[in-house]
Design a protein around this ligand. Sequence first.
Ligand SMILES: Nc1ncnc2c1ncn2[C@@H]1O[C@H](COP(=O)(O)OP(=O)(O)OP(=O)(O)O)[C@@H](O)[C@H]1O
Ligand SMILES: [Mg+2]
Length: 433
Amino acid sequence: MTDDPRPGETGSGTNDSAASGPDPLFAPDDDETTTLFRDRTLLEVGTVPDSDRIVGRDEEIQDLAGYIRPVVSGAAPTPVLVYGKTGTGKSLVSRHVSERARAEADRRGRRLAVAYVDCAQHSTEAQAACAVARALNTAAGSPERIPLKGLGRSHYYTYTWELLETHFDGAIVILDEIDRLQPDADGNRDNILMQLSRAREAGKIDTDVGIIGISNKIDWGKELNQRVRSSLGSEELIFPPYDADQLRDIMYAREDAFREGALAEEVIPKAAALAAREHGDARKAIRILKNAGEIAEGRADEMVRESHLTAAKKRAEADRLLELLSTQTPHAKHVLLALASLTEHRDRDEFRTTEVFDVYRLVCANEGIEALKLDRVRELLDEQAFLDITEAHVTSGGRGAGTYKLHRLLKDPDVVRNCVNSEFGTTPEDLEE
Ligand SMILES: Nc1ncnc2c1ncn2[C@@H]1O[C@H](COP(=O)(O)OP(=O)(O)OP(=O)(O)O)[C@@H](O)[C@H]1O
Ligand SMILES: [Mg+2]
């Protein structure tokens, strides 16, 4: 996500030569020019906080370290699957613990590699295996180039085993968003887990490999094939959502993103309460705080106050939804629009697939495009549930009625409408009106 452009920074008519001074179009994002922020980067989504800013996850850090600990001293670690809803600190804690393990191993004179792979980005087995090999290659400081494409998965495993044997005493492989791995031609989506967890046993390496698989789909482990389950064991760590107190502490630990006195006292507790009420997502809490600052700044207010929070929350939701929508087809958006419209106009919030389908067809007719068939719309609805934009459950209609699926929108219908429209020209800032 990028910051909103400030007035003047995107203006045209700045083609003058160097003689006229720096081009404001490329001015650094200099916080000295802002009145409310001291260091905005502390609230950026991509920022990985220092360990002293990680709050409220001591138990999870201890538990995860318990699984990983053997690899630091040269024994076989237990593979572990980490589950929890979005924004509960899974990626953060996994990276943090792995990095501390690496540092401690280093202190003991042992070389430990940490390979972090985002399976949402590397979603075939070959891509994920390639990413592991490349991460190890980088950690080893090896001059060898591992090609991104063109090799089969077995070649990437060979690279991996060679790198481990040559350069390291142990390794931790983090497979984040592991539920996004696509099945291979035989329908297996867990072969990489199999390969990594069995490599030593199979005599391919003499190095211990710790595996951390991360997913926000609580049931994902159950889908694993029996072979993998037996070699992985069934060790699981569940990260619960943050409560309001924890969210408050997480935000207080980054209070110095703002200038002294720029933040009204009630802002953080109120923002924490808002974020805790829905899902206890730390990422969202931090986004709300940042947006509140930007909205206050945009209005040239001298302080961030509670009154900025409602708009900030809507914008945080809009940002996230826009991210999720950016990879979806127009039809998915029309399906969501249909569900939003039902939610707004009926006095209930759950709707059958066929009800959504009927409204979706009206939306398409309005837009002058041909509607997809019911089966395809059903698939699109399943995707929305996978992305946590909606929630679905199967229910029985009572005697003789059979079972059917009900869909509920998890986002504010207003936000959905504005985000979908923004893809066709309006902007999420309109939400603040
Ligand atoms: N305990 C914490 N202390 C401080 N900041 C936190 C904490 N937990 C989460 N955060 C912040 O929230 C952001 C999201 O956390 P993280 O990426 O670990 O979530 P996640 O559980 O992996 O979510 P997802 O399932 O969406 O990937 C982090 O980048 C960090 O800025
Ligand atoms: Mg994550």
